[in-house]
Write a protein that binds this ligand. Structure first.
Ligand code: HEM
Length: 140
């Protein structure tokens, strides 16, 4: 009986140990730096294979886009980064990005997050952080 309750305590301690190390920021739940890099790389792949929007990126420096978007997602989700890129208005002016373009990119992002098994709640949390940017990105 003593041994059994000892085991029970050990199990409870392990469980509480697990719960206290549960990630608390969205950044951590997205997989921290490697998770966010994988999201951005996955999104680049989706864009490259999406003929509805790929033309917008024809003359872009993809290395820069990759680096700045990674930094931005890290910053927005509560990670240890500070976005150092251009404002959303500045960087999207001249592209005349439509609602359909925006939806296509977001659909690609959702596909990638699904693939990475990010929970629906965390997917929505990230999309919720991006949604207010729409007004600065579109029709400029
Ligand atoms: C969720 C919304 C979006 C976010 C958070 C976002 C974020 C960014 C960031 C961080 C950059 C780099 C800025 C810099 O160079 O300093 C960028 C550039 C760019 N974005 Fe977006 N973007 C979004 C939506 C879109 C959409 C819907 C399109 C078109 C389908 C688009 C097309 C571009 C292009 C073409 C560039 C490169 C501009 C250049 O070459 O200078 N973005 N975006």
């Amino acid at each position: 009986m003593v041994i059994r309750s000892g085991l029970l305590w050990a199990c409870l301690l392990m469980l509480s140990g697990c719960s206290s190390s549960t990630p608390t920021t969205l950044y951590q739940r997205l997989g921290s730096a490697p998770g966010i890099e994988a999201i951005v790389d996955g999104l680049l792949y989706e864009i490259e294979h999406d003929e509805r929007i790929v033309h917008h990126f024809a003359d872009s420096d993809i290395g820069r886009f990759r680096a700045k978007l990674t930094e931005q997602l890290c910053d927005l989700s509560g990670g240890p980064c500070q976005y150092s890129g251009s404002s959303m208005q500045e960087s999207h002016t001249g592209f005349n990005i439509t609602l359909a373009d925006y939806d296509a990119l977001v659909a690609g992002l959702i596909k990638v997050m699904q693939r990475q098994q990010i929970s629906i709640a965390d997917q929505n949390a990230l999309l919720g952080l991006l949604a207010p940017m729409y007004k600065d990105i579109s029709y400029r």
